[in-house]
Design a protein around this ligand. Structure first.
Ligand code: ADP
Ligand code: ZN
Length: 606
């Protein structure tokens, strides 16, 4: 083990292991099978890359997507590790060359698709000295997971064929069924299972209810403008929305583009490349986007609509802040989203499971308690403490006696015989003139206009609270009309008091994050943001120039975390530069001089 840490510094530029990395690596180099469950950004790659460097022979890495392989191989090469990906995107000539290098033992890592494994089982793989087998995104083997890939099912042959070679399966999906399934299907030999905490303390969490198109746009613009030049993803359920939102953002001067599976492949891959290379700041995408992207400096993820399950949601927000720096997430949620997803779920093959998952997602959105606690509880990690980095924590609501408000609303629901939805209810309360209200005679009821004093939006928030508190429920079977619950009846009859939460305004990330407890990396990042934003800017510009000249992605040269660390340490010599996070031997030699020069220039040194 002693010799592993120097390898970590030499090749990856890190001084210490992240939680569980050391333990996992020890098992693998001792020849044991391992299942590693770590959140996105937890540092899974090092868990097999370091053993690959340590052990004799070549590690085979199974990965589901070509983009993912390409990214990993480029990163490894930038650190001086001989690696390649053998896949269908290559010319026959390149494939031959890679086969040759593999057989000669020139490579430390060889990335392959599951189909490739199948095809090469008796050919290439039989002639190589294999050090270990890593199965990335291992949940793809399980039908229980959210991303089942039939071609992964074939991977069980690996253990039969190479019983003595350690297999390490890695995934960011932690639910129990999937976990067991992965172990069984891969036929792992009494594997050690390592589960890292799924907490991502550097990512802030927020949910906004009931925003319309215009309000969403305005809100997103506030966020985007508070993070100028930073990368972000906006997830939309509908393809058409990805295009219209991108269009609206562009009209507002934001450098945004759309991405969905219906676009021509060329355009899609160009958009993805532009995003990876920091040429486009913002992508409005369906969930088709992101799976193959390891970009570490995504600073915010916005859900334009509610996702269908907490697993999906967590994976999607997990694409923010892989580098450990402070990042933001926000979800817009409306009943319309729920209704659409419910239809999808019902039409799916596993409708009950999917409906249950959707129900939990909805409850998350409507909750007023610490969101991180809900998420971590969902993944089986019990949390006693509030996180102080979510909207619920930051605005823990003050309660007031809202009995009269609730009575007004419920009385209107009763007098309209539970035939109205949220919007019409509020219009009745506010005495709005609407043809359908008059036609139904609702303008004649006693509560018509009884809530004139409050704006529409405020009423909407309160009505949602009444739903959350269980006074009203939405009858999804019946055009989403509102029904009074037994608890609601008790308030209406004056038998119990209703405590409502004072309305909270969700603050844009720049303001809301003040004085919050943040993880170490985030605090340091904040320190630099405050003092040396212009140095970080200069380093970033240098990174971009080098990226353009050498045709590699900026974050492969250095992550944002490395740039931040440089701006804190301000190394003025190559010797000092070695200490920067993420600087290994190769990057020191290759990029050290230029970055040190830039820092000296900033400090006014010759
Ligand atoms: P995952 O595959 O689990 O999503 P990655 O392997 O891409 O995560 O790692 C996420 C980020 O953390 C990368 O930028 C990586 O370089 C960095 N990282 C990994 N291990 C360490 C470590 N021991 N110390 C500091 N940073 C690390
Ligand atoms: Zn919280």
């Amino acid at each position: 083990m002693e010799s592993l840490l120097p390898l970590l510094k030499q090749y990856f530029g890190y001084d210490s292991f992240r939680p569980l990395q050391g333990e996992i690596i020890r098992e693998v180099v001792n020849g044991n099978d391992v299942l590693a469950l770590m959140p996105t950004g937890g540092g899974k790659s090092v868990c097999y890359q370091l053993p690959a460097l340590y052990l004799d022979g070549t590690a085979i890495v199974v990965s589901p997507l070509i983009a993912l392989m390409k990214d990993q191989v480029e990163s490894l090469k930038a650190n001086g590790v001989p690696a390649a990906a053998l896949n269908s995107s290559l010319s026959e000539k390149d494939r031959t060359a890679i086969r040759h290098h593999s057989m000669m033992g020139h490579l430390k890592l060889l990335y392959m698709s599951p189909e490739g494994i199948q095809a090469e089982l008796d050919g290439l793989l039989a002639c190589m000295k294999i050090s270990l087998i890593a199965i990335d995104e291992a949940h793809c083997i399980s039908k229980w997971g959210h991303d089942f890939r039939p071609e992964y099912s074939q991977l069980s042959v690996l253990k039969d064929r190479f019983p003595a070679i350690p297999v390490i399966a890695l995934t960011a999906t932690a639910d129990k069924l999937t976990r067991q399934d992965v172990v069984e299907q891969l036929r792992l030999a009494s594997p050690q299972v390592f589960t890292a905490s799924f907490d991502r303390p550097n990512i802030s969490l927020g949910v906004l209810r009931g925003y319309g198109r215009k309000e969403k746009l305005a809100y997103m613009l506030t966020i985007i403008r508070s993070l100028p030049g930073e990368s972000g993803i906006i997830y939309c359920t509908k393809r058409a929305d990805t295009e219209s939102v991108a269009c609206e953002l562009r009209a507002a001067g934001i450098n945004a583009a759309a991405y969905h599976a219906g676009m021509p492949a060329i355009e899609r891959s160009r958009t993805q490349e532009d995003f990876i290379n920091d040429r486009i700041d913002l992508i409005c995408a369906t969930v088709a986007f992101g799976m193959g992207i390891d970009k570490s400096n995504v600073r915010f993820v916005i859900h334009y609509n509610m996702p269908g399950s907490i697993e999906n949601y967590y994976q999607e927000i997990g694409r923010a802040g892989r580098d450990g720096l402070r990042s933001h997430t926000l979800m817009f949620y409306s009943p319309a989203d729920y209704i659409m997803l419910k239809k999808f779920a019902e039409e799916s093959g596993q409708s009950q499971i999917n409906l249950d998952k959707l129900g939990l997602m909805q409850r998350y959105c409507e909750s007023d308690i610490c969101r991180r606690r809900i998420l971590l509880n969902y993944f089986g990690e019990e949390r006693e403490q509030n996180c102080s980095n979510c909207d619920a924590c930051q605005n823990s609501p003050r309660r007031f006696d809202g009995t009269v408000l609730v009575q007004k609303a419920l009385s209107a629901v009763m007098r309209t015989e539970e035939q109205v939805g949220i919007r019409m209810l509020i219009d009745i309360l506010r005495g709005t003139v609407r043809n359908d209200i008059t036609a139904a005679g609702y303008h004649l009821i006693k509560t018509y206009g009884a809530g004139r004093d409050l704006p529409f939006k405020t009423w909407k928030e309160y009505v949602y609270q009444m739903i959350q508190l269980g006074y009203l429920e939405i009858d999804y079977q019946n055009e989403s009309t509102l029904k009074i619950t037994p608890a609601g009846r008790r308030v209406l009859q004056g038998e119990s008091q209703a405590l409502l939460a004072t309305l909270r305004e969700f603050l844009p990330p720049s303001e809301s994050a003040k004085d919050r407890r943040m993880n170490f990396a985030a605090q340091r990042a904040k320190a630099t943001e405050a003092s040396d934003a212009s140095l970080v800017g200069a380093l970033r510009a240098l990174r971009r120039t080098i990226a353009q000249d050498t045709d590699v992605a900026p974050y492969i040269i250095f992550t944002d975390a490395s740039l931040q660390d440089m701006a804190i340490r301000k190394p003025t010599s190559l010797d000092e530069f070695t200490a920067v996070r993420g600087v290994g031997d190769i990057k020191l030699r290759k990029y050290g001089p230029a970055f040190v020069r830039e820092i000296r220039k900033y400090l006014g040194l010759p």
